[in-house]
Design a protein around this ligand. Sequence first.
Ligand SMILES: C[S@@+](CC[C@H](N)C(=O)[O-])C[C@H]1O[C@@H](n2cnc3c(N)ncnc32)[C@H](O)[C@@H]1O
Length: 379
Amino acid sequence: MSTDRSLAEALADHIAASGDLRSPEWRRAVLDVPRHEFLRDGFFRRTDEGHVTGWEPVLPDDPTWLPACYANASLVTQIAGGIVPRDIEGRIFRQPTSSSTMPGLVVRMLEELGVEDGMRVLEIGSGTGYSTGLLSHRLGDELVTSVEVDPAVSGRARAALGRIGHHPRMVIGDGLQGHREGAPYDRLIATCGVLRIPVAWLEQVKPGGRILATVGGWLYASELACLTVHEDGTAAGRLLGGEVSFMLARPHTPPPLGVLPDFAREGTERECTVPGDALTDWTARFVAQLAVPGAQRFSLMDGDGDMDVLLDVHGESWAGLRNEKGRWIVREGGPEPLWRRIEDALLRWGRDGAPALGSFTVGVSAEGGQTVSWPSSAG
Ligand SMILES: C[S@@+](CC[C@H](N)C(=O)[O-])C[C@H]1O[C@@H](n2cnc3c(N)ncnc32)[C@H](O)[C@@H]1O
């Protein structure tokens, strides 16, 4: 057996043991679709230096490249919207913008998607094309459409798919608009995150069809949502749990922060009723995000210590949190008391028994209004 085949076997065994890979059809796809073909342009390995995250290129001539292609890990393939591994030597300290998703997560999503023979699938976020390759293997190229916003990324994915004999429909464009020409679809899967499920997806998926996407926000907590589209154009479903995160779809990334208020002097100060470090918990952060969907979060360090800041650049509201000898103090400014909104939501969620994300439900109206709720102890 070739080295890459035995590496693919080991990967399939690993993701079957973790429960992500469940069916023989997807096992065959993992064995037959060589992930390394999608990583021939290399990937970036993370290098942490103190608080700073850097990325260094790993190319196919590196002996660690092939085994890494078959590790159950996500591999970054593009940084800062255009830089690929062959572009740099040394390290780069910017944000990843494209990657090959962790195979276990891709396969878990494909299993949850409930794909059956003959179904038409729309994928949003082609990336390297690996997940597109798995879908093409399972369904046949003519039933698979994949949309990627970045033309160069899409071109590399198309080339990799071609190398292994697959030619699905590869579309360059904003996947939040779907791809009307190929509709209706039985299934839609997004491997980039969204703030809310776009109306175009509801319109392009058949009634009874399924949408699987990660719903997140600017406080960086997110979760897989699995929704069924109804005859009336609405969709409903639930979060699946597992703390799944994806890079946000480009039109949903946060806007620039702009000129900052004077967090030390403006607004009014009070003691918190919920401690400022509550947001270190993933689920609490998700709940907070539902309460203040326009807020971004960052840290500021000055002579008096760290401040955790929430800022809604559209509404011009903000909250700065600091710990003074064990007491959490918040200073809030602007029309919306952001931390008060978060406190209210977290206290309500706590009174309801702090349910896990896997029990949350999601509904989307035909006009795109999205509601995410947790089970209330009040019934
Ligand atoms: C995590 S990667 C996808 C990984 C891919 N499934 C794989 O297996 O390699 C997310 C991709 O979504 C793309 N993307 C971001 N916003 C998008 C949008 N609005 N429409 C389509 N693709 C988008 C990014 O450029 C990136 O390539």
